[in-house]
Structure formats: structure tokens, C-alpha cells
Design a binder for this molecule. Structure first.
Ligand SMILES: Nc1ncnc2c1ncn2[C@@H]1O[C@H](COP(=O)(O)OP(=O)(O)O)[C@@H](O)[C@H]1O
Ligand SMILES: [Mg+2]
Length: 206
């Protein structure tokens, strides 16, 4: 059962909208706040593993300030469920799609356009990695696009890096992008390798 009372108490949510998506881990609902602005509520079952949700929420608090994810308004736990409310990028007036949609027509883009997209996505990871956090679940449903801008979502597998695992974890995040970029439909092996090398060179010079 979803604690709808909590929405009103905790974050001025007035309208609890219809379910937009049901994934393996989470359900996504539309909502709107007192001003009628759209928000999105991610609800996940956390019974038996509340500490995992606590960890995700703490990481989100940190990532929230980096400007690379939809703005998080609030999170809380109730009746074995974890709630995360975001604003900004949600379904609503402005078109927001996942990278999956972009990927469908990726081969129609010019190399320059593809490169620009990759650069924007790498910029998000640079900010995240620089903050000492690794995403841990990089795939095209966890990257959003709106008006040519990109954002990362779903930090359920995110971790703080240590000096020992830092390199391996960062490589894993970046190499998960290789599925899309390191091939003919993407930007090709040569340019991809150059981009990855640049990424780590730039990154280490921070
Ligand atoms: N802020 C958002 N705006 C638009 N769509 C979103 C947003 N957050 C999630 N979604 C959609 O819901 C899906 C599932 O959300 P996600 O947080 O990745 O949950 P899960 O853990 O189930 O993968 C995403 O792949 C995306 O399609
Ligand atoms: Mg996801």
C-alpha cells in the first residue's frame, strides 16, 4: 500500500497521478505540487533492505547539487517502501526521453552530432566521478535527454569510490557506454578510444 498521506505531509504533493512505468526495482508515478508543477515519484520496495535505500538517498543528496540529475525534492520511507520525488525533468510539458529513443535513430545523425552527444554525456560522468561517486548501472534507460541536454537517473547501484577501486569503477561506468559508441552505429572504435583516453587524461589532471 502506498502512503498517499505522506505525500501531502512531506512534500506538498497535491495530485498523485497515474503510474507511468513499472520496472524491476521501481514504479514511477506522475504527481504535481501545490503550484501545479509536475513532479515524478519513484517508489521502490525496500522491505528487508532499508540500508540500501538509505545509501542511495545519501548519494542522491550529494549528486543533487552537481546539476547532472533531475532535481530531487524529497525522499522518505514508509511501510517498507522508499519514495524519491524529483522535479524538473519529469514527463510533462517538456519532452523528456531516454537515450534509448535517441539510440533508435542514432545512425541518422552525423558523426559530429554523435560526438557532441557523447561529449555531453561524458561531462556528466566527469562531474559525478570527480565527486567520488560511480554510477554503477549505466545503460540507455538510465540516461535522459530533453532539449539536447542530458541527465543521469537511477542511482540504486551507485557507490562511493575508494582510492583502491576508483580506476576500475570509473572504467566500468565509461565502458558501459562503449556498447553504444564503440561501433559503426556509434562513433567507431578509433574515435571512441581517443575519447576514453582523453577522458582519463583530463580527469586525472583535475
Ligand atoms: N525524471 C524522469 N523523467 C522521465 N522519465 C523518468 C524519470 N525518472 C525515471 N524515468 C523513467 O522511468 C524508468 C525507470 O526509472 P529508474 O529510476 O531507472 O528505475 P529502475 O530502478 O526501475 O530502473 C526510466 O528508465 C525512465 O524511462
Ligand atoms: Mg533504471
Amino acid at each position: 500500500m502506498i502512503c498517499t498521506k505522506d505525500f501531502k505531509d512531506k512534500c506538498d504533493i497535491m495530485e498523485f497521478g497515474f503510474e507511468e512505468y513499472e520496472g524491476s526495482e521501481a514504479r514511477i508515478f506522475r504527481a504535481s505540487d501545490k503550484k501545479g508543477e509536475s513532479c515524478l515519484i519513484r517508489v521502490q520496495d525496500i522491505s528487508g533492505n532499508e540500508s540500501k535505500f538509505d545509501k542511495e538517498a545519501k548519494i542522491l543528496e550529494k549528486v543533487n547539487g552537481l546539476g547532472i540529475m533531475p532535481k530531487m525534492i524529497k525522499y522518505w520511507k514508509c511501510n517498507g517502501q522508499g519514495f524519491i520525488v524529483v522535479k524538473d525533468w519529469c514527463y510533462g510539458a517538456k519532452k523528456c526521453i531516454t537515450f534509448q529513443e535517441i539510440w533508435k535513430n542514432f545512425d541518422k545523425l552525423s558523426l559530429k552530432e554523435k560526438e557532441k552527444i557523447l561529449d555531453k554525456i561524458l561531462e556528466l560522468f566527469k562531474k559525478l566521478h570527480k565527486a567520488g561517486i560511480v554510477h554503477g548501472d549505466v545503460h540507455f534507460d538510465n540516461i535522459l535527454c530533453r532539449d539536447g541536454q542530458f541527465a543521469l537517473i537511477d542511482f540504486g547501484k551507485a557507490e562511493y569510490m575508494t582510492s583502491e577501486n576508483r580506476r576500475d569503477l570509473m572504467l566500468k561506468d565509461i565502458y558501459n557506454l562503449a556498447v553504444y559508441f564503440d561501433n559503426e552505429k556509434g562513433i567507431g572504435r578509433e574515435l571512441w578510444t581517443k575519447k576514453v583516453n582523453e577522458y582519463f587524461k583530463d580527469f586525472l589532471s583535475y
